[in-house]
Structures are given as C-alpha cells and as structure tokens.
Ligand binder design. Sequence first.
Ligand code: GLU
Length: 446
Amino acid sequence: MVIVRFAPSPTGYLHLGNLRTALLNWLCARQQKGKFYLRFDDTDMQRSKKIFVDQIIRDFEMLNLTLDGIYKQSCRQDRYEKTFNELLEKKCIYSCYETVEELEIKRKKLHLKGLPPIYDRASLHLSQEEKNAYENQGRKPYYRFLLHSNDVQWDDGIRGLQKISLKTLSDPVIRREDGSFLYTFTSVVDDVDLGITHIIRGEDHVTNTAVQIDMFHRIKGVAPHFSHHNLLVSSTGEGLSKRLSSLSIKELLENNFEPDTLSNYVTYIGSAHAPDPKLTLSDMVDNFSLSRYSRSSAHTNIENIRSLNAQKIQFLSDDEVVLRLKQNGYFSEDALAIWQVVKGNCIVFNDMFDMLNIIKGTIETVIDDSDYCQKAIQALPEQPWDTKSFKQWTHNISSLTGYKGKALFMPLRLALTGKESGPELSSIFPFMDKAIIIERLSGKKN
Ligand code: GLU
C-alpha cells in the first residue's frame, strides 16, 4: 500500500508552496487508495508553536483534505533515542567536539584553497583519551552520522535518475550538544516507523535525500521512493517562506477563496496541466500524475488565483448557492435569479452579499448632481418592472435632461450603487424596490 506524509515544521502558517507539497502527497495517496499522514516536525522547541499546529490542522479541514493520522516528532523522543543508540553501537554515528568557531575556521581554510566545505572527520579519529580530555575541558559532544563513500542513486518520480556522490557531502550532524535531534535523522526514523513508501517534497531537499537514503539503508535496508517537485516562487521570483509571511492559506481562506481553487491552483501551476476551475478535488484525484511536473520554478500570482476563483464560482450548483445564502441570512425568493445576473461580477462568492446589499440593503449613496437625480426620480417608469424597464427609464431621463452615455449613466450608478463600477445597472434594476431607488436618488442614507 502507498503510504505518504506531509511533514511541516509548525513554525508559521502554511503558504501556497507548502500546500503544493501537501496536495501532491494527498492526491497520490487518495488515487492509490493508500494512506496520508500529517507529521509535525516540531523538534525546534523555540520556534514551533501550538497556534501553527492548530491552524495547519484547520487548513486541512477547510480544504477537505482528509487525514489518516497525525504525528508529532516531539512525542517520539524515545524512538529517536533507541535508534540513535543502535546506530552508535554499530559505529554509524560518532561524537564530535569542535566548537562552532573551530568549524568556521576549517571552512574558511578550505575556501581559501578553493575546496568545498566538507567536514574533515577529524573527530572520527579521536582516541578515547582525547575525547575524555575534551570533556574534562567542559566540552559536550555532538554527533554526526558517518556517511558511506559511494554514489547514491535513485529514480526520482519527477526528475528521473539522480546520482549524488556521498563523498561530496559532510557527515550530517544528527544530535546537538544539548541532546536534541535534528530533522535529517528524526525524519528517517519516523518514515521507517510509519512505513512511508513514497516521499514527495520540494526540490530544495534533493541533497538531503542522498543523505537520508544512506540513513535508510543503514536503519532499514531500503529507502522509500522519492520525488522532488519544482518550487513555487512569488510573482517577483523570491522563494515563498513562512518567515517572510508569504500569503498564507489561512489568509486566503479568510478572504473567502474557494478551498478547491487553492488546491487546484497549487496542484497544476508549473505543470503540463493548467489550473482548471471545473475540476473538483475528486476529479483531481482521478487525473493525478507526477509525470507532468516541470523542472523550472513556477511564479505564483494573486491575480491568477482571483481569476481562477471567479471562474470556479460560476460552476456552483443552485443548491449550493441557496445553501450559502441561507447560512448567511441572505436568502430571498429572487436570490437565485439575482445570482445569475451578478455572478460574473463576483471574484469570491461572498461578493454576492455586497451585490444583495446594493440591490436590497443599505449602502452609502454618492450624489454629485441632485437636480439630475430629482429628474431621474420623475422619469421612473410605472411598476411592475421587467428587463426592458431600465431602458425605458434611461430613455425618459435622456428626454428630460438631454444627457447621454457616461454623463447619463454614471450619476445613476453612483446614486444607486455607491460605486463607479459593478454589475450592469440594467440587470439589477428589475430586482430593486422603487422606494429604495427614490431614497438613494434623494441622497438619503440607504
Ligand atoms: N519539515 C521538513 C520541511 O518542512 C520536511 C521535509 C520532508 O518532507 O522530509 O521541509
């Protein structure tokens, strides 16, 4: 069975790039009838916060991305300890004593010689006496994982055959002086314990993968199948980052973007399949394929998300529209008919509430020329009104005032809607109450 996981560090809110990784894993799991776990990489106690854990779980609920299990690295300390001791026993891990400053000097020396900053394994060759001497000076050991010296090769689900020589990498530090473990190690222990079969993550992890495959081989004998997707960047090309508070999923949902718009956008942008507003989450499960992802990073753009959302809401069913209107206290007999004429002016569904306020509720009117507006009142046609009534009204106004075009329409728009742009006046006019129109043209606050 396919078992995948999404493993955010809860040090900030999820952004579009994080959601892309989550979606690719989730879609893969659901298509293969496998399992999808959410794992919090919360070993950094300083920066990990409960508020982010809670929000990430809420994001998944809002996006209708079901979970088959939630795990936290902070609760798995004993597992890391046990595996650490086993590896130590097998001499796959060694203690080190260099200070940060000493390591920096080593790196600078290598740099001056034009060599890559690879750790020289000086601590690997320390005798027990030398180690004792360091400890007597008050130094505490930290630990590195002893990499093999072969090439690591894997058939990446997106990038094809990948080969990295372990000789070109430093033995990774897996445990700090204070006893805390680092992600490179804890992640492998978790993936082994949870039986993870496939790891899909951003291409910023390619080098980690070589190291982690070596760890998988030492701990379990086999490694999961890896795929590295291209990254999403901002519209100006910078990497998305929780710390730089790139547009968060929380914010986008609070701004009433449809959950499926966000899922659709992050899944298809930068792939051979353009975002498609018609697709539901279950369509996306059906046509999911890792093979269509490109290698170059994809630029995100809020305007594209807005436009995708505007298209997406055109496909809402009548039942869904009625439900949402009822839930928000906006339902009326003519509400569905109104939706049909104004939906093209909506970016998010909640814009419909503004439209209903314009048509039936309370707005700030804008009166530039009150004489003109009084004439417009006189020119109102008799009720009942139909689709031709607005034309008749403007014809009457034109006859009374001699105004035409923008000069005729803009004062009406400002008085009736309070805005310079918006839905076609001719389409909303038949739904408006004559008393409200008269009040607005008279400049009363309504
Ligand atoms: N916590 C890591 C990250 O957010 C997880 C990477 C992985 O998928 O292994 O980058």
